[in-house]
Write a protein that binds this ligand. Structure first.
Ligand SMILES: Cc1ncc(COP(=O)(O)OP(=O)(O)O)c(N)n1
Ligand SMILES: Cc1nc(C(=O)O)sc1CCOP(=O)(O)O
Ligand SMILES: [Mg+2]
Length: 217
């Protein structure tokens, strides 16, 4: 095995859906199936927030969602929980600055996809050196989903990273909707990561389709 091909990763990152049970009004499995039908390109299992599942229940849900992803050829990424990612043989993990150090995670997961949240050039250079495959940059717009999110930064950080010569795949995150997704792409992102815009949409298939159209345009 070798590290993921960058071109393939850019394709995967176009419409990156993130979700766990606290983000859903109905069964997470149903939400994921509809999101896949609408055209998401990557999925992150993020079981976090109010009433998040833990222990066996969390593992059971992760396995159920991973099975759906496998059936539809959608790569399955685990947020924060490196042990879970390894035990399920997930396709990758996403970590932030408050999680395990990037180099340690890289050595634990081998060639699996490694996404890292970065907010400054210093964090970006250090994550690159330690083996990140892509960056998550946010919050681009106001979000109600992550209580400990950093101050809203608009699309400027993405533009800044590109101007400074950072070529690694980047996804924007935080408050992204069908109305503003295009701005994120135009700033230099390869794709958008969304929770609410899909998970809480009244028509999940249509929401994912509309977002995908914005990104493909
Ligand atoms: C694609 C993507 N980008 C950023 C994040 C946020 O990660 P982190 O800062 O570790 O915060 P939590 O998601 O763990 O609360 C993400 N999960 N995915
Ligand atoms: C998980 C997460 N990380 C963020 C960051 O800024 O790093 S913002 C965020 C929440 C994204 O949810 P929504 O699409 O509902 O705004
Ligand atoms: Mg994290």
């Amino acid at each position: 095995m070798s590290r993921i091909n960058t071109h393939r990763l850019r394709e995967m990152l176009k419409l990156y859906f993130i979700m766990g049970s606290p983000n859903c009004y109905k069964e997470p499995a149903e939400v994921l199936k509809e999101a896949i039908a609408g055209g998401i390109t990557l999925f992150q299992f993020r079981e976090k927030g109010n009433h998040a599942l833990t222990g066996v229940e969390k593992v059971t849900l992760a396995k159920e969602l991973q099975t759906i992803c496998k059936k539809h050829d959608i790569p399955f990424i685990v947020n924060d929980d490196i042990d879970l990612a390894i035990s399920l043989d997930a396709d990758g993990v996403h970590i932030g600055q408050e999680d395990e150090p990037v180099a340690k995670v890289r050595s634990r997961i081998g060639d699996k996809i490694l996404g890292v949240s970065v907010h400054t050039m210093e964090e970006a250079m250090s994550a690159l050196e330690a083996g990140a495959d892509y960056f998550g940059v946010g919050p681009i717009f106001p979000t109600k989903t992550k209580e400990d999110a950093k101050p809203v930064q608009g699309v400027q950080h993405i533009q800044h990273f590109r101007e400074k010569g950072i070529t690694i795949p980047i996804v924007g995150i935080g408050g992204i909707t069908v109305e503003n997704a295009m701005n994120v792409k135009e700033a230099g992102a390869d794709g958008v990561s969304v929770i609410t815009a899909i998970s809480k949409a009244s028509d999940i298939i249509k929401a994912a389709q509309s977002l995908r159209q914005q990104i493909e345009y």
